[in-house]
Write a protein that binds this ligand. Structure first.
Ligand code: SAM
Length: 259
């Protein structure tokens, strides 16, 4: 992309301007030579360049066809680039039983579906390092009782340990976006949560957080009759007058298993 090409806001094209930050992101992925790594949205390649220093087998997915000739020229045969939308790829076929690492300065408008895909294929990703909108990073790492804690925190923490590696000011991007960013490192949990029925669990957290100001009981009432809720409260020992944001993962699992 040269200076005459317009960066596309609709594709989240806010390019990182500081190579040191790119180097820190790459370093926090702990890549060993020959490891399979995916990068989503290489853009002009500031992060790609740092990743390649570790000599991985790097596959980069870039949706914007205008960038492909530039990437081809810059990196030649040192990476495989797939021109296309990461959300439209056949992940299972591409993963093909391998264990991967994922590193990306994500286009923020695809954060939610991308995290969903990561969750669905969690067994294949031994580590992910993602630059995200700071607010999303806080939600991913939130604990019960905090403002950021919600359905996304619970869903992702079921399978992953998530930590913030560093905060990145919006001033390090071109063009400067409206929000600040944070880099998170996502690794598989040593002991993933055990849940009897995942569909029920997901439904429960969706309903529980549907109105954050309401109690669990009031959020659940349109979906379950009073007798069921009374029984649920008695058998779980969990006061349903509490709000969802105060309930721990273990408490949600207990409620879900009883339901
Ligand atoms: N990695 C570069 C950097 O750090 O400067 C660019 C990051 S920029 C935030 C996001 C990149 O993702 C852009 O190059 C954009 O074209 C690309 N992109 C946007 N949506 C995409 C999608 N669905 N699949 C693959 N790439 C996408």
């Amino acid at each position: 992309m040269n200076k005459f090409m317009k960066k596309r806001h609709s594709l989240g094209q806010n390019f990182l301007t500081d190579p040191d930050i790119a180097a820190q992101i790459a370093a926090s992925a702990g890549i060993e030579e020959g490891e399979t790594v995916w990068e989503i949205g290489p853009g002009m390649g500031i992060l790609t360049q740092e990743l390649l220093k570790y000599q991985p087998r790097l596959t980069a997915f870039e949706i914007d066809g205008r960038l492909i000739p530039f990437l081809e020229k810059r990196f030649r045969d040192s990476l495989e680039h797939i021109h296309g939308d990461i959300l439209q790829q056949d992940w299972a076929a591409l993963i093909a039983g391998k264990e991967l690492k994922l590193v990306s300065n994500l286009p923020y408008q695809i954060s939610s579906p991308l995290l969903e895909l990561l969750q669905r294929h969690h067994q294949s990703f031994k580590l992910s390092v993602l630059m995200l909108q700071r607010e999303v990073a806080h939600r991913l790492t939130a604990s019960p009782g905090s403002k950021a804690y919600g359905a996304l925190s619970l869903r992702m923490q079921l399978n992953f340990d998530i930590e913030v590696v560093m905060d990145v000011s919006k001033d390090y991007f071109d063009p400067v976006p409206q929000v600040d960013s944070s880099v998170v490192r996502i690794t598989p949990r040593a002991i993933p949560a055990q849940i009897q029925n995942l569909t029920t669990f997901h439904r429960l957290i969706r309903i529980g957080f549907s109105s954050r100001r309401k109690t669990m009981r009031n959020n659940l009432l349109p979906h379950y009759d009073k007798a069921t809720l009374l029984k649920l409260q008695d058998s779980s020992g969990i006061d349903l007058q509490r709000r969802a944001e105060t309930l721990s993962e273990a408490e949600f699992i207990l409620l879900s298993d009883l339901l």
